[in-house]
Design a protein around this ligand. Structure first.
Ligand SMILES: C[S@@+](CC[C@H](N)C(=O)[O-])C[C@H]1O[C@@H](n2cnc3c(N)ncnc32)[C@H](O)[C@@H]1O
Length: 322
């Protein structure tokens, strides 16, 4: 059964709120999708900036539960849906909407998820080896460890955590798991720390388990794959001139957003007639509005260190048919 924390509102400091509003430019009557509602910070900013409507999505039941108060406050202008943003087309269909004026993704975990022991996201807390954003899904970090071989686990830790010692870490984790020594996030953090050579662990500015926990979290929640699916779907869901903003915290996520936006802006180098004959794109699907990613100001980083690694990219749907 899904465990839901009974908090009226959940805690999270939104990243680059002002920039999100500046780039999405909400106007009265417009409709936005906030794909990662979380504690509702960006949604609130959108609703305050203009008399617009927001469809908010989150896969975490705590976020849905915590959003009730905001939904009441902005009654008639905010609807919160428990779903995953790779299913944004289905969510819009369920609201009888085909296209919207703006879409926002603020990827990754919320502070609430990290700070809640029972969710198992943090190596600094004692909790189950869980890491599910969506409490209704079956796959947990523990089942990923159990169901993958040492080599498979090493590949995942290497790819998503960019961990130099992925092979050693995976072997230590599997051995501890098979010996029945892996019960909590504290056990996991300890086993990972032991696998990293001492000299290297001392030189790191981050906890030795940071990269492995990040990798497991991304795998459990299918984070990169769901972002990729979303990026394939969103252009059709934007009205002409509509904008899509993606905030990411991981280089793989930023890369996939950057490449997709660039690809959507590309047109054939052939003259239009020849391009048409060759089946190549004559008009761009989207324009890239941020050639370089927008990052948080020094002021924001000082107030909220988590914003240091955030990158915001925005594109705009062109007026041409897809
Ligand atoms: C960084 S927080 C968002 C914070 C939010 N923008 C705010 O201002 O409070 C990320 C949220 O996105 C949710 N999330 C992550 N991946 C998701 C997905 N594929 N579909 C829906 N929600 C997702 C997480 O559960 C988490 O609540």
């Amino acid at each position: 059964m899904a465990m839901i924390s009974h908090l009226s509102e959940i805690q999270h400091t939104s990243v680059m709120s002002q920039e999100v509003i500046e780039w999405l430019v909400p106007k009265p009557g417009q409709i936005f999708v906030d794909c990662t509602f979380g504690a509702g910070g960006h949604t609130r900013e959108l609703l305050n900036a203009a008399d617009c409507r927001v469809i908010a999505i989150d896969k975490d039941l705590d976020a849905i539960n915590g959003g009730e108060k905001l939904a009441k406050e902005f009654s008639g202008r905010l609807e919160i849906v428990h779903s995953s943003y790779d299913k944004i087309d289905e969510v819009l269909e369920s609201k009888s909407l085909e296209q919207v004026d703006g879409i926002l993704i603020d990827a990754g975990v919320s502070s609430h998820q990290i700070d809640t022991d029972t969710r198992g996201f943090s190596f600094q807390r004692q909790g189950p080896i869980d890491m599910r954003m969506d409490q209704t899904q079956e796959t947990t970090a523990k089942s990923i460890i159990e169901d993958n071989t040492i080599d498979e686990l090493a590949n995942l830790i290497r790819k998503y955590g960019e961990e130099r010692y992925a092979g050693r870490v995976a072997r230590h984790i599997k051995e501890a798991c098979e010996a029945g020594l892996l019960h909590s996030t504290a056990d996991l953090a300890h086993v990972v720390s032991e696998a990293i050579p001492k000299r290297d662990a001392r030189q790191r500015r981050i906890h030795p388990a940071t990269r492995t926990f990040q990798a497991l979290r991304m795998v459990v929640n299918g984070e990169l794959e769901q972002l990729e699916t979303f990026l394939q779907k969103f252009p059709k869901l934007l009205l002409n001139g509509g904008r899509c903003a993606v905030i990411s915290f991981h280089s793989l996520e930023d890369r996939v957003a950057k490449h997709t936006f660039r690809e959507l802006a590309k047109t054939s180098s052939l003259p239009p007639k020849l391009a048409e004959q060759a089946g190549e794109r004559v008009h761009p699907i989207c324009h890239v509005l941020t050639r370089k990613p927008i990052t948080a100001t020094e002021d924001e980083i000082a107030r909220n260190p988590r914003s240091r690694s955030a990158k915001l990219r925005v594109c705009q749907r062109s007026e041409f048919e897809i």
